[in-house]
Design a protein around this ligand. Sequence first.
Ligand code: ADP
Ligand code: MG
Length: 324
Amino acid sequence: MAESEFDIIQHYFSGRQPGRADVVAGIGDDAALLRVAPGSELVVCMDTLVAGVHFPESTAAAAIGHKALAVNLSDLAAMGAEPAWATLALTLPASDPDWLRAFADAFFTLADSHGVQLVGGDTTCGPLAVTVQAHGFVPAGQALRRRGARPGDRVYVTGTLGDAGLALHEGVSVPPGLQARLDFPQPRIAAGLALRGQASAAIDISDGLLADLGHLLEYDGLGATLQVDAVPRSADFLAGLQPLGAAGEALFYELPLAAGDDYELCFTVPEDRCHAVQRRLAEIACAGTLVGVIDEVPGIRCHRSTGEPYHPSSSGYRHFNEAG
Ligand code: ADP
Ligand code: MG
């Protein structure tokens, strides 16, 4: 590397943010020293993005810097946590100043917009990979969990689904709005906070609605019925499908259900709280759409608005196990 590890930390990562009051020591000591407020639980998550696996080699540095943090903040959102700190492990094939500047600028733009301070990390040389660990707080006992749904609870999703999947789809001329959904996903932190004490269970949609709702259902041995025409799709998504003809009709269902990478929230709400939830989400200008109902029969049954069943062709991205 042209610059040493020390130079990289100094030039691109150190001293770039206003310090949070709960950071006793951040970047520069042997470890970060952090203060957790009494009565809070610490929520911790970590995600790794590997070049060629989680993003194409050609992905812009800004998109990588944003997404590496965004996917972690999305996990905090799904727990109803308020984000606070992050650490960053960066493995770089070379020290490229333009790449590092664009990466760090995007990382800090997203971090600052959520009050997240980068408090440490590790910088090494090797094939490009980025690991971020994010930390947040919830008042003790108030975290949203994957478990907790009950038969009769309504299933909701935030925002729109399928956008990132269409941007990744080969042979599609991608509207810019869809490319932005793929490269710069916006974690649903405000929605997660609004759902505390309201949602019975929640998960973020990284692998596709069917796969992630499936994880949520697994915990309580439950099932769900989904109205696949009710799943919210964006105007850009519909415009992108238009030129594809019959192939577009299949993607209209497949991508929102199974493509993943949207980083919206899927959550369940007892029927008597649905109005309150809709009101809370409206207050933060977050779309929340009713897409189904929890029941006692394990598995997910999909229906069209005509009432006929819909049989998904795939149920989501699986690491290590494409076939199963
Ligand atoms: P050590 O050799 O003690 O592990 P390092 O030289 O790896 O220390 O790191 C020095 C300081 O810089 C530490 O506080 C570490 O957390 C921080 N740091 C290293 N890499 C990064 C990075 N990519 N982003 C933020 N902080 C980093
Ligand atoms: Mg040390």
